[in-house]
Design a protein around this ligand. Structure first.
Ligand SMILES: NC(=O)c1ccc[n+]([C@@H]2O[C@H](COP(=O)([O-])OP(=O)(O)OC[C@H]3O[C@@H](n4cnc5c(N)ncnc54)[C@H](OP(=O)(O)O)[C@@H]3O)[C@@H](O)[C@H]2O)c1
Length: 310
């Protein structure tokens, strides 16, 4: 069964990929922490049990850790990542990349020192945005270290992928074995109305019992923009009495059937709207109609690369 999890990318740092016109909000760390706890509490109250974070989400890991320590929920599950460092340091309007990638053994060891505080709720540990360029799938020392962590802490080892070569990366990673068993148990991937290029590979992985996590189910908010699919989305939103966001997330759930679709809600109100996706199911003909919204993968990623951080 597919569930909705909560990702902390928009909750742990003051600036992130943004689509909608700027809303004036308090961007202090204290205000972000208060909002993050509000959203986490709302999520838990609504039945969300899966939470995804990363060191590069600013305070994402520490907010989750503090929330967990104070709430003591027995039934929550966390995933986190290694490989990106948050360098914007809460400076508003920071010029240049806010997160820097480094897929070295040293970075893995350094970030694990902090991330391990999320144990024993931490169940999935992922390479953050594996690419062919970072050659992380060829880095034997890194792979061996992940294998050790897997054995020592009973973790599921995963990777997240982005970009036009998601499909090839997923295939290569899924075939990687250590001591005659696949290293990677979990795959976090971009799949949504507009980007469906990895569909066949993902179906195969799911069929083989691998754990699938969908990220960017709202295409970072691009589903709200006036596209050729907008009218269809509005029609379905009216039919099911939900927002466009719930239709877009439900599409990910019904078309692909992953284990988890992440909500990237930035507020409790957005989360409430996202979670309406749990209350209905699209018909097969509606799923087929929405599959028609896909765009060429190169175009999708080109547009994404031009989204502003704000
Ligand atoms: N591994 C990776 O490389 C990677 C990359 C990206 C994401 N992720 C994971 O996936 C999670 C979700 O992805 P995401 O946050 O990038 O993408 P998303 O779910 O596609 O988009 C989230 C954005 O959509 C907007 N939104 C959501 N609900 C809304 C509503 N009801 N009304 C209006 N706007 C709404 C918000 O934008 P505004 O902030 O503009 O309001 C929010 O920040 C992340 O939190 C993270 O855990 C992983």
């Amino acid at each position: 069964m597919c569930t909705i999890g909560l990702g902390l990318a928009a909750l742990g740092r003051p600036e992130y990929l943004n689509i909608r016109s700027a809303v004036s909000i308090d961007k202090s760390e204290a205000a972000f922490k208060e909002n993050a706890f509000l959203v986490l509490d709302k999520a838990y109250a609504c039945g969300v049990r899966f939470f995804d974070t990363a060191p590069s989400y600013g305070k994402g890991e520490s907010f989750l850790q503090e929330w967990n320590a104070s709430r003591k929920h027995a039934d929550v599950v966390f995933s986190s990542k290694w490989g990106y460092t948050y360098v914007a340091n809460w400076k508003l309007g920071f010029l240049g990349p806010h997160e820097v990638k480094e897929h070295s053994l040293q970075k893995l060891k350094e970030q694990w020192q902090v991330t391990q505080d999320l144990l024993p709720k931490l169940k999935v540990y992922q390479i953050h945005s594996a690419t062919f360029e970072s050659a992380v799938l060829q880095n034997t020392a890194v792979l061996q270290h992940l294998f050790q962590l897997k054995k020592e802490f009973g973790l599921q080892i995963g990777l997240t992928v982005s970009g036009p070569r998601q499909k090839e990366l997923l295939l290569e990673a899924s075939e990687l074995c250590l001591e005659n068993a696949p290293l990677f148990d979990s795959f976090q991937v971009t799949y949504n109305l507009f980007e469906q290029a990895a569909f066949e590979v993902l179906k195969q992985l799911k069929g083989a019992g691998r754990f699938l996590i969908v990220k960017e189910g709202l295409a970072n908010g691009r589903v709200f923009l006036p596209t050729k699919t907008r009218k269809t989305l509005e029609g379905l939103a009216l039919k099911y009495q939900v927002g466009i966001d719930a239709i877009a997330l439900r599409f990910c759930m019904d078309a692909l059937g992953p284990n988890v679709v992440l909500s990237g809600a930035a507020s409790a109100a957005q989360l409430t709207q996202n979670l309406c996706a749990l209350n209905f199911q699209l018909t097969p003909s509606e799923i087929e109609q929405l599959k028609g919204a896909k765009m060429p993968t190169e175009t999708y990623w080109h547009e994404r690369s031009r989204l502003p951080w704000g």
